[in-house]
Design a protein around this ligand. Structure first.
Ligand code: HEC
Ligand code: HEC
Length: 308
């Protein structure tokens, strides 16, 4: 209890500090990446409270229910879709604030860019195809006791796609919003994977991350929020985007530590990412089908060449 209180007090102090920062140019309709305790729990668009979904002139009631279930699936994935999310990861753990926060892999206005060519699979992807990928990799669907892999027409995938499409209403079709793709480390700042200091990453993790993620990386409850497991059997598998060191570094660099995002350097983010991705996690069973038409990216060494 006492420790929980200390954590909360520390969070409030951080919140006050971060309030004084300016919002950045990517925020648009999104929660600023310099979040505060006030906005950490916010959903700018929330279908559970949005009354326009009850208006039959605007929404068919079946569609409205699908959008609402999509939001619940997004924020509470392992409870709402245990057969496809056997671990403890929620979509919302990586796509913060319901996919409505800048520099946390936001999904607002993204629906209209699909279908889009997907390099990893070497084919055109619809939005439901992309959702399936996050289920199969980030949510480790193949790790279920009796795996039944999601497809683009699974009702859970359709509902999530309905929610994400609702977040895309009013945006131009075929145009990538300015805030898309901002979770990357600049190419000039990338350190060759074999040269990243994993031990430094471990000590940074112990210093900056354990009060919310725990020394065992499994996540500590903070109010009604809980960070997802960063490694171990309940985490994302080694075929996930977050299983690539540079991709994970891009998530950490701009969205973590939760209440002081942006405070790590590009180098530190890569060190911590390399540490997290060096830990054991479930294995994606279909790796040989990835990157058939593209070169395997260098930071995916952890899942292709680690000897597991
Ligand atoms: C472990 C972290 C993680 C979790 C959990 C996760 N995702 Fe993702 N998601 C990512 C990453 C990383 C990307 C890709 C970023 C990139 O392409 O560089 C991504 C991309 C996406 C995209 C495409 C976005 C775009 O701009 O092209 C969609 C849609 C998506 N995720 C939906 C979901 C849904 C729905 C869930 C839950 C079923 C989910 N994600 C769970 C990490 C995660
Ligand atoms: C103040 C608490 C706090 C601190 C400190 C913190 N995190 Fe988080 N982290 C969270 C919460 C809460 C989430 C889930 C957010 C959500 O679901 O809205 C999260 C999510 C994540 C995720 C997405 C995947 C997952 O399993 O949830 C990663 C990766 C991550 N944090 C890494 C880090 C790293 C690395 C550090 C240290 C540099 C750090 N965090 C520090 C609270 C924190």
């Amino acid at each position: 209890m006492k420790r929980g209180f200390q954590v909360l007090t520390a969070l409030w102090v951080l919140a006050l500090v971060s309030c004084t920062r300016q919002p950045s140019k990517f925020s648009g309709p999104l929660i600023s990446s310099h979040t505060t305790m006030v906005t950490a729990w916010d959903f700018p668009k929330n279908p559970l409270t949005d009354k326009s979904l009850d208006d039959p002139k605007q929404y068919d009631s079946k569609l409205a229910n699908q959008i609402r279930w999509g939001f619940r699936l997004f924020t509470n994935t392992s409870q709402e879709a245990p057969q496809f999310a056997p671990g403890k990861m929620a979509c919302n753990n990586c796509h913060l604030n319901g996919g409505q926060r800048e520099r946390s892999l936001p999904l607002v206005g993204v629906a209209g860019v699909f279908p889009e060519y997907n390099k990893r699979s070497g084919r055109l992807y619809s939005l439901p195809d992309r959702v399936v990928d996050c289920f199969v990799r980030s949510e480790n669907a193949p790790g279920a006791p009796e795996p039944q892999l999601p497809t683009p027409t699974s009702k859970e995938v359709m509902a999530l796609s309905a929610y994400i499409t609702w977040l895309g209403r009013g945006y131009e079709v075929g145009k990538s919003p300015a805030w898309r793709g901002q979770n990357t480390i600049a190419a000039a700042k990338l350190i060759p994977v074999s040269k990243i200091d994993v031990r430094k990453g471990e000590s940074l993790f112990m210093e900056r991350c354990t009060n919310c993620h725990g020394e065992n990386g499994q996540g500590v409850q903070i109010g009604d929020k809980k960070a997802g497991p960063l490694w171990g059997p309940d985490s994302w598998n080694d075929g996930a985007g977050a299983g690539r060191v540079y991709t994970l570094a891009g998530i950490i660099r701009y969205s973590m530590p939760y209440l002081d995002p942006g405070s790590l350097s590009d180098e530190q983010a890569q060190e911590i990412a390399a540490f997290i991705d060096s830990k054991p996690r479930p294995q994606y069973p279909f790796k040989e089908a990835d990157y058939r038409t593209e070169k395997v990216p260098p930071d995916s060494v952890y899942y292709f060449n680690r000897g597991n």
